[in-house]
Write a protein that binds this ligand. Structure first.
Ligand code: G1P
Length: 280
């Protein structure tokens, strides 16, 4: 089967992290379940994937994450309690998600980095191109298609790995994977270099990777060969660099907004944004 010509059908969600920046809230609750208004972060990601035509969710969890599986399942007791009452509509959105998607889970046993988490998803993904959403990067585009939908379209044209990027202030480079590339079309770069969390003086540009990827399945073999990098972890950025060296990675300056819900500031900003949107 040709590896890069298939449609994107699966989306991988790395969701094994400890969420230390949100302690004590994340002591017993997975950080992916923290809500922006009434909806958990992970559900926003799942809905983005579904809206992009990607209906099979591959969720890489870890210890203490059972709430994630329960969330994407029917709660009979709850259904029974609120059936026919004025509260029933609160479940409409999550019911729709459960009906339209499939959910498969695997566990990352040891926290060895994002590249490693993605490799843990290989048995669920198989040998086909797939999307990756980092749920704590919450994206919204109120003027059109979601970020993942934009990328899925782009994949149809380029048939190679794609990372979403945005411009960042230079002093923030050490929080992100940063790319260098040649602009081929407006906002679309052929990546020539990528560095995980460089100090500002070493950053190859001000274009930072955010948590949306489309990866071709050869990435799994590459990750297997990738040595631990920044922070002693196996980095997806380093694995992607091997593809980039063959001219097989595109960076896409997406249309829309992105909130870093892995930080308290970003989380509050997202909350205000979605609150104002809900009242508009
Ligand atoms: C990860 C990636 C990094 C990327 C970021 C986007 O870092 O390693 O390249 O820029 O996600 O949010 P993390 O935020 O998990 O430390």
């Amino acid at each position: 089967m040709p590896q890069n010509t298939t449609k994107i059908k699966k989306c991988l969600f790395p969701a094994a992290g400890y969420g230390t920046r949100f302690l004590p809230a994340t002591k017993a609750i997975p950080k992916e379940m923290l809500p922006i208004l009434t909806k958990p972060l992970l559900q926003y990601g799942v809905e983005e994937a579904l809206g992009a035509g990607v209906g099979n969710m591959a969720i890489v969890t870890g210890r203490g994450k059972r709430a994630v599986e329960d969330h994407f399942d029917i709660s009979y007791e709850l259904e029974h309690q609120i059936k026919g009452t004025s509260k029933e509509h609160y479940l409409t959105e999550i019911r729709a998600v459960i009906t339209k998607c499939t959910f498969s889970y695997t566990r990352q046993i040891e926290m060895k980095g994002l590249g490693h988490a993605i490799l843990c998803g290989e048995p669920i993904i198989g040998y086909e191109p797939f999307a990756v959403i980092l749920a704590d990067d919450l994206c919204d585009n109120d003027k059109g298609e979601s970020v993942l939908a934009q990328m899925v379209k782009l994949y149809e044209k380029y048939q190679c790995s794609i990372v979403a990027v945005e411009e960042i202030p230079p002093e923030d480079s050490n929080k992100y994977g940063v790319i260098a590339g040649k602009e081929e079309e407006e906002g679309i770069f052929r990546v020539t270099d990528m560095v995980e969390k460089p100090e500002p003086k070493d950053a190859p540009s001000n274009l930072a990777i955010i948590g949306r990827y489309i990866l071709t399945p050869d990435i799994f073999d590459i990750i297997r060969e990738t040595k631990p990098g920044k922070g002693g972890e196996i980095q997806i950025t380093d694995a992607l660099l091997a593809q980039a060296k063959q001219g097989k990675v595109i960076a896409y300056k997406f249309k829309g907004k992105r909130f870093d819900c892995g930080s308290v500031d970003g989380f509050v900003e997202a909350t205000n944004y979605f609150y104002n949107k809900s009242k508009a």
